[in-house]
Design a protein around this ligand. Structure first.
Ligand code: SAM
Length: 252
């Protein structure tokens, strides 16, 4: 899968995405990250890509010319049209299902805004969708693009090894993940739950499922409305609700 990130700060995204699992995936040819400097597409002799907003007001706006030219130049090199995502606080909120869906694309163009954002005509002309990483405002789209690339790339087959499998992680089954433990068996007086040392796979799976439900109920109860729940899950949830509303409840 190929990510084309259009930005004013190509070094930032290239460096940020070249380490660890994503760096390994890029070396293995499973993903590629191309950072395109929007500045290379300006005709301004001072290489400006922004200007004052019509109508006045604070800040600068990215001009449509260089942005549209940069997107079209990437599109022209591809075999088929790629989706163009503008990172914007006004977009649809990014999520795990969205990451999974976008991971099926061969190429994705991610457009990073800066200053006050893009001239609206650039959005109308080349952007196919707008995505936000949350209800807050960043100074630029680079960190948001990096968040998206990281979450999408992990869904590309082969990027995670079996031992890094994403299947049981938070949100993959509509729930938060269960707690994880590694050595030592006791740390500062806190022991690993007995069941995890038992080697009894069915009991471990049941414990993990119940803990997943407990965490989701405590921290993100709204996720339960959309999660696929078995009869057993629902019975556990009833128990957990009773436990949590008791005098010692709500410990997570
Ligand atoms: N004036 C814009 C508005 O109010 O919608 C905000 C512009 S923001 C300061 C500059 C750039 O950062 C945006 O063009 C966008 O690319 C990026 N950005 C800011 N917050 C973001 C978010 N929550 N998700 C994705 N991108 C964001």
């Amino acid at each position: 899968m190929n990510f084309h990130i259009l930005t004013r700060f190509p070094d930032m995204v290239e460096q940020g995405l070249s380490a660890s699992i994503l760096g390994r995936a890029e070396q293995a040819g499973l993903i590629s990250v191309h950072a395109v400097n929007i500045r290379d597409y300006t005709e301004d002799r001072h290489l400006h890509v922004d200007d004052y907003p019509y109508g006045g007001g604070a800040g600068m706006v990215m001009q449509p010319g260089p942005v549209v030219k940069a997107v079209r130049s990437v599109q022209e090199k591809l075999d088929r049209p790629a989706r163009v995502i503008y990172l914007s606080p006004q977009g649809k909120t990014f999520s795990q299902p969205m990451a999974r869906e976008l991971a099926r694309e061969e190429d994705l163009i991610l457009l990073c805004g800066h200053y006050e954002g893009l001239d609206e005509r650039a959005i109308e002309l080349v952007v196919t969708e707008q995505v936000s990483i949350g209800d807050y405002v960043l100074t630029g789209g680079e960190l948001a693009a990096m968040v998206m690339v990281d979450a999408i790339a992990r869904m590309v087959p082969g990027v995670l090894t079996n031992s890094e499998s994403a299947e049981e992680e938070s949100f993959m089954q509509g729930l938060l993940e269960y707690p994880q433990y590694t050595r030592p068996e006791v740390f500062e007086g806190k022991a690993v739950p007995e069941v995890l040392l038992s080697g009894h796979h069915a009991n471990i799976a049941a414990w993990r499922r119940r803990e997943s439900l407990r965490r989701t109920l405590a921290a993100r109860p709204e996720l339960l409305d959309r999660a696929e729940l078995s009869k057993k899950d629902r019975a556990w949830l009833d128990e957990l609700r009773r436990e949590m509303s008791g005098p010692d409840g709500g410990d997570t």
